[in-house]
Design a protein around this ligand. Sequence first.
Ligand code: 26Q
Length: 805
Amino acid sequence: MEMTKEEFKKELQQRLKEKYAMDINDASSQELYNVLGSVVKAYYSDAWSNTWKDYLEDGQKQAYYFSIEFLPGKMLKSNLLNMGILETVEAGLADLGVSLDELAQVEQDMALGNGGLGRLASCFMDSIASCGLPGNGNGIRYDYGLFKQRFVDGYQVELPDEWLRNGNTWEVRKESKAVDVLFGGNVYLAEDTDGQLRPVYEGARRLRAVPYDTAVLGYQNHLVNTLRLWSVEIPESEEDHYRSIEDRRAFEDLTAVLYPDDSNERGRQTRLWQEYFFVSAGVQSIIRYYLRLNKPLDVLNEYVAIHINDTHPALCIPEMMRILMDEHGMSWEKAFNVTVKVMSYTNHTIMAEALEKWPVALMKENLPRMYQIIEELDRRFVNELTICYPENPELIQRTRIIQNEQVHMAHLAIICSHSTNGVAKLHSDLLKEVVLHDFYQLFPERFNNKTNGIAQRRWLQLANPKLSKVLDQTIGTTWRKTPGDLKLLQNYVEDQTVLDQLAEAKKSNKQRLASYIEETTGITVSPEAIFDVQIKRLHAYKRQLLNLLHILKLYFDLKDDPKKVQESRLFIFGAKAAPSYTYAKSIIKAINEVANLINNDPDINGRIKVVFLENYNVHLAELIIPAADVSEQISLASKEASGTSNMKLMLNGAITLATLDGANVEIRDAVGDDNVVIFGMTEREVYQYYERQDYVAKDYYDQSPVLQRILNAFVDGTIPNIYFEGREIFDSLLKHNDEYFVLRDFDAYVKAQEKIDGLYRDQHHWQQMSLMNIANAGRFSADDTMMRYAEEIWHIEPVEQYSKK
Ligand code: 26Q
């Protein structure tokens, strides 16, 4: 894809005339953005249709990544970068007096996900395309993305995210590829004219699923894959079937909103509909496409791999069985055999309360055919185990799909797929040894680890052009295609010039963030301070509270001894809480009130500042991460499956302050003990407490005057305006025995923070540590992660003409 600056300028101006009859100077940013979008789209359209044709002609095996969330963020710059025309376009626009950065601001973040899981899916889409792999995404086109967060008096308030209000440049509606999806009614099996048993549907609702396709561009390799998101419509023929407007509305709203990651939303009927809707539409469209290849369905697994991202799309399994049997007359045994070979599953959590289960009654009423098939899958599984393990009925009870009138989606996914993977080494080990141990005994060969990865292009090249430039000048540009080459930077660990350049880049990113903070919060911060960052969803297990307790300790220390030697610190938080997660919301309120207290205390005089940035999202992450000095990864060991912000922060030169949880363990292995600060209980110690049941949080309080002063501050008015929230937090620690061992790890955390303070004082050494982190972040490239999925799970290969290098 070639285009000169002059050609681009001409094209842009011409399209602006055609569309709005305007000159550059008269156009608004929105209008310019729209036109630029259409130029970009036209530019990749040939490559998109060529890729499509190549796949069809070659009949190559393709992977389909099913995820109920995708969190791509803004796409303009990423597309320009991948097409290799970012600089040309930036310069062309500058000639015309337009700033690309300003235009990019116009684009709404595509926020069709909650956090880690959705963002991972998007990093994977980018890497699949960039590695030249034939793979596509399948999900839901929500009318409203994740809520927008505002603070009112320090409280989180949720506003709707109307991301489609000004249209979406990148999507293409494909009416002709729509499929129908059935809900509810009765299903029974009756003999057909050919003597076969077939399901007969009575009184089912028929909904139309219309796909909207978005191009996923590979990095400078001419490959364009597809992210297909489904939107619900009511077919005209069905309009008479609605009893009332409310009845109709319930179906129309099926793809209206993304459910927040929230235990109170579990068991909701609409969520179940959403899951079946995008799964059924996706599987139907895969089979429709496959039939064009004129291959028999019993070798489907040689051409198609379907990946189930967490259990939310696990209905892929019974839906595939339904299509193969009901629509194509395949026997149960054959259909099951092929389904297992097609499907693979990733687990993202070990927290028992987060594992998805659906009440049998709900499933039966809404998805009767799915339930029949699940019941039969369960029956056959129980039968087989009874033969193999007659002496162990407990094992069967523990592992079967249907238990206590609930369908266990993880059991369904493991039993009916050929691969189950965790997302970091520690997490995968815990799955095998503890959480899914029974299944590991039954199917040891199915379990494997695939440590998460991140898209270097977005999280370094786009988010941090300053650092990227230093890297180019120092180690050349090959790291842009081969992130492992970042290792070359290690050769410069004693090179003062390079260390100074890295420090300069960091400084400038800190200034950029400082300006943003000033503009949006009115708080003035010094770029000289340590930028200490905790950015992730607000969850008790992630322990933002531990961070807050330590901030209070520093505050009281400085109040007691204003001459205390201590580096200036800026604590930065970014986090959304699920709307009905009251405890998490109380912590947000408490952080905001502590921020107010400290930021305005003349005794502190700016030596500690606390900033909670509103509405943390992909775009804000791109601004914060390049400016971070310290990366807070302080979850209770064993609870964070992987984490991915830990990788992004490391790649941008932050020093990780962490427990040995999730991928933090691998970060430590990558950089060595000297370049990371580890503290707190190990996962083993946590499990020992669970076994012995002898943790008494109150002992820590009783024995520590420091903790007494800090915790009392929550209930004695020291922290103002948190009468109820303060009590709730205080009680969670002392009355309800501190579920996530915050008090147990407090001392170790304080010491680790003191270590950070000391390390930062030696700027030369700090720069060396920072360099070592950047140099060793290449191993967390999502490109590598995707190549492992491709080789070891999906059995797909890069397409020759698009493959890397
Ligand atoms: C479930 C039921 C009803 C409504 C919502 C949900 C729901 C939504 C989102 C449940 C879970 C999620 C998201 C989970 C998630 O983001 N997990 C994270 O996945 C990352 C990628 O693997 C890991 O790095 C994180 O450790 C893990 O917490």
